[in-house]
Design a protein around this ligand. Structure first.
Ligand SMILES: C[S@@+](CC[C@H](N)C(=O)[O-])C[C@H]1O[C@@H](n2cnc3c(N)ncnc32)[C@H](O)[C@@H]1O
Length: 282
């Protein structure tokens, strides 16, 4: 299937840093490409190892929210460099794990980095999360770790996840979700901020509230099983990013990350883990 080319400037930057062998970037974002999760945020020490550990913890929280367990067929949409697939393969056995990404460069790196363990089977497939190239009722769990805001349509993604899940199967994701009262400011702000945001992060849509998620889940045929606010647990990511961005010859603070830090500290935008179950047909 031919996918539309997607612009992700931060991945272009990541590939350039990897090519240049920047070990601090490779260790922190060369495996997982998402925020960290600290059970106790006061213990964050700003080191690269601490951040890498926190990034692994975030993946585990999302997989656990979806009830990942031995023997399942799991689809990780927007799989990045395959960090979540590797984590699942380390923790569980006899799984069929599929990582899907729209960007073939990332898939190439994932294939080089991630080897199956514990009698698991791993595949990396090029595709759009909103047009899944898989049969109906074929997965126990669909994941979207910190990527749904890039997808062309959440509605289409939920419909596709529902279609490929077996009855009783689960969808688990994490996302930046604005508070109800902040949404109008977000929408207004997005209009002005979009050019800056897209210069670094590419297409991002963070204009969905928790109420809208609930309604989307219900109309798609999902039951909500978990809504967990982990904003405070992710905050040490921001000083870590500032520190990382301040090193090197072309050090430039990225404005969109600075803005994301403030709206997160004020909890105007919350970082949520959400999970859903496809209704079992009666
Ligand atoms: C922030 S990264 C997260 C990567 C990975 N989930 C992780 O946590 O390490 C966002 C990912 O979404 C992928 N992506 C963006 N739009 C997509 C789409 N329409 N279909 C599939 N993947 C997409 C990007 O290529 C990128 O790998």
């Amino acid at each position: 299937m031919q996918n539309q080319k997607i612009e992700l400037p931060y991945f272009d930057q990541l590939f350039e840093d990897i090519r240049q062998g920047k070990t601090e970037v490779i260790k922190s974002f060369g495996h997982h490409v998402h925020w960290g999760y600290w059970q106790n945020p006061t213990t964050a020490d700003g080191s690269i190892d601490d951040f890498a550990n926190a990034a692994e913890n975030l993946t585990r929280r999302v997989c656990d929210a979806g009830g990942a367990s031995d023997g399942q067929r799991i689809l990780d949409c927007g799989c990045g460099f395959g960090g979540t697939i590797a984590s699942l393969s380390d923790r569980f056995t006899n799984m069929h794990l599929v990582g899907l990404n729209i960007d073939p460069r990332q898939l190439q790196r994932a294939k080089e980095l991630v080897q199956p363990r514990n009698s698991n089977h791993i595949e990396f497939v090029e595709g759009d999360a909103c047009q899944l190239p898989f049969a109906d009722n074929s997965f126990d769990l669909v994941l979207a770790v910190e990527c749904i805001f890039h997808f062309p349509s959440r509605q289409k993604f939920f419909q596709e996840a529902w279609r490929v899940l077996k009855p009783g199967g689960k969808l688990a994701l994490c996302d930046f979700v604005p508070q109800e009262a902040f949404l109008p400011f977000m929408q207004l702000g997005s209009y002005f901020i979009k050019p800056f945001l897209s210069n670094f992060f590419g297409y991002v849509d963070s204009n969905i509230t928790l109420t809208a998620y609930r309604s989307l889940a219900q109309t798609t045929g999902f039951t909500s099983i978990l809504e967990e606010d982990i904003t405070l647990n992710t905050l040490p990511t921001y000083p870590f990013l500032r520190q990382l961005q301040s090193t090197g010859e072309n050090a430039q603070p990225d404005n969109s990350t600075v803005m994301a830090e403030w709206v997160s500290r004020l909890q105007l935008i919350r970082y949520l883990i959400l999970s859903y179950q496809k209704h079992v047909e009666s």
